[in-house]
Design a protein around this ligand. Structure first.
Ligand code: B12
Ligand code: SF4
Ligand code: SF4
Length: 361
């Protein structure tokens, strides 16, 4: 950090170069805040009601259109890309069920925000009169658009931002600041679209949620159905969810740009990186799953939340995790849990529990 402290005369961009390695980030780049390039697409997407019940995506529209509504003195956006696989901040295994790779970490809303705050503390030493605002996921800004404008990747057909070296298994986060970027290269150079003729992500999606290149009908995506949705999924999608208990990675694990990263990092094909729609169950794995789902179906909301403390899984809430368990129990035919499914005392999940029972042979 000494180098950084000596860099009082450096521009913001030069200071960021010094921070990248200290904070083990894949990329950290800054640009002048400009209008989002994809706002028209976003508005059309909302008008088509692809957002399901994520009402906040509507509420966020005015600020997404004009981030200066947050603070009119803001001038630049610093975008960060942080890989999440292999896990950066692993947690003790909270669930033996199939969960998305990003959820193998501690909750990134906490640790990545803390990382941004530490970066801000460093920037503040050199630039004490400037404002720096950290954002991780939940803020009313179009994060992928900002990252795209900072050259962190292109919008893949799976709608994820993909970087030629880092693939797409990374989070994006931002620091909005009142600082001007004093640097000679102000030109915007987007990373070109390297998807070419490939359609692997669209072909593999079990629920056909990728209805066109770069267009995700979110209320059909397993990630939405198992994390964000508050109710049971529509009957026609339940079988298609397969064994996904929390989130889904198929449109990313199948992507050649991630395969390339897996190979480079010597990551073996495992259940985590598998592109199979339903993973085979060994006896041990089946036993662990049954024990875990039994715990979920018979425990109080408080016990469930305590078990998942610090894990992204807590986002779905106890009711959401019970719902997800019912779907995987049905799809993996875990008939050993019939008694627990029958005695589930939640009115809201009654219809789903009946459906699950009907699937069990
Ligand atoms: C709502 C949300 C979801 C929803 C909807 C996802 C979606 N695709 O919109 C659900 C719950 C389904 C979801 C799922 C996931 N999410 Co999410 N999600 C968000 C959130 C909060 C808002 C995204 C949003 O505005 N969607 C609205 C639609 C319209 O935007 P979009 O699909 O990104 O489409 C853009 C492009 O396609 C672009 N576009 C379309 N055509 C064209 C053409 C050109 C030329 C250009 C330039 C742009 C362009 O315009 C759109 C608007 O910017 C962001 C965080 C944030 N604040 O931005 C995280 C975020 C997008 N999610 C993230 C992640 C990790 C995931 C999952 C991988 C998690 C998982 N494994 O289950 C999946 C991926 C599913 C997928 N294939 O996208 C990361 C993505 C990182 C990355 N490398 O891309 C983000 C950025 C969170 C973060 N801080 O890291 N997510
Ligand atoms: S995350 Fe899964 S369900 Fe969602 S678009 Fe990708 S493959 Fe389809
Ligand atoms: S799987 Fe193919 S089409 Fe989909 S994002 Fe990756 S390269 Fe693009």
């Amino acid at each position: 950090m000494t180098d950084f402290n000596n860099s009082l005369n450096h521009s913001l961009k030069n200071s960021l170069k010094l921070l990248k390695d200290s904070f083990e980030l894949n990329q950290i780049e800054a640009h002048k805040i400009k209008s989002p390039l994809s706002i028209d697409f976003y508005e059309k997407w909302l008008a088509n009601n692809y957002q399901g019940t994520m009402e906040y995506l509507n509420t966020h529209l005015p600020i997404k259109k004009n981030p200066l509504l947050l603070d009119s003195k803001l001038k630049s956006v610093i975008s960060v890309a942080q890989s999440y696989y292999p896990a950066v901040e692993p947690i003790d295994n909270k669930s033996p069920a199939r969960i998305a790779l990003y959820a193998q970490n501690q909750d990134y809303h906490i640790w990545l925000k803390q990382k941004l705050i530490k970066i801000i503390e460093q920037l503040k030493i050199s630039f004490p009169n400037e404002t720096f605002l950290p954002f991780v996921d939940s803020g009313p800004i179009l994060e992928r658009d900002m990252a795209y404008q900072n050259g962190l990747g292109w919008f893949g057909k799976n709608s994820c931002l993909i970087h030629p070296q880092h693939g797409s298994l990374f989070f994006v986060a931002e620091i909005l600041t009142t600082m001007e970027i004093l640097t000679e290269d102000q030109t915007f150079e987007p990373i070109p679209d390297f998807c070419g003729k490939c359609t692997k992500c669209m072909d593999i999606c079990p629920t056909e949620a990728l209805i066109a290149p770069r267009t995700l009908k979110a209320d059909q995506c397993i990630s939405y159905l198992t994390i964000e949705a508050k109710t049971a999924p529509p009957i026609e999608l339940r079988k298609k969810i397969g064994d996904w208990f929390f989130g889904c990675d198929l449109c990313q694990t199948v992507c050649p740009w991630n395969e390339k990263v897996f190979r480079k990092k010597n990551i073996e094909t495992s259940d985590l990186t598998s592109t199979q729609k339903l993973l085979p169950l060994s006896d041990t794995k089946k036993k662990d799953l049954i024990d875990y789902f039994r715990f979920l179906l018979t425990s109080s909301h408080k016990q469930i939340q305590k078990h998942h403390f610090g894990s992204p899984l807590s986002r779905a809430g106890a009711k959401g995790l019970k719902r997800n368990a019912l779907i995987v129990i049905a799809n993996q035919n875990l008939a050993e849990l019939k008694k627990e499914v029958k005695s589930l005392e939640t009115d809201e999940l009654k219809e789903l529990a009946d459906w699950t029972l009907a699937q069990l042979s």
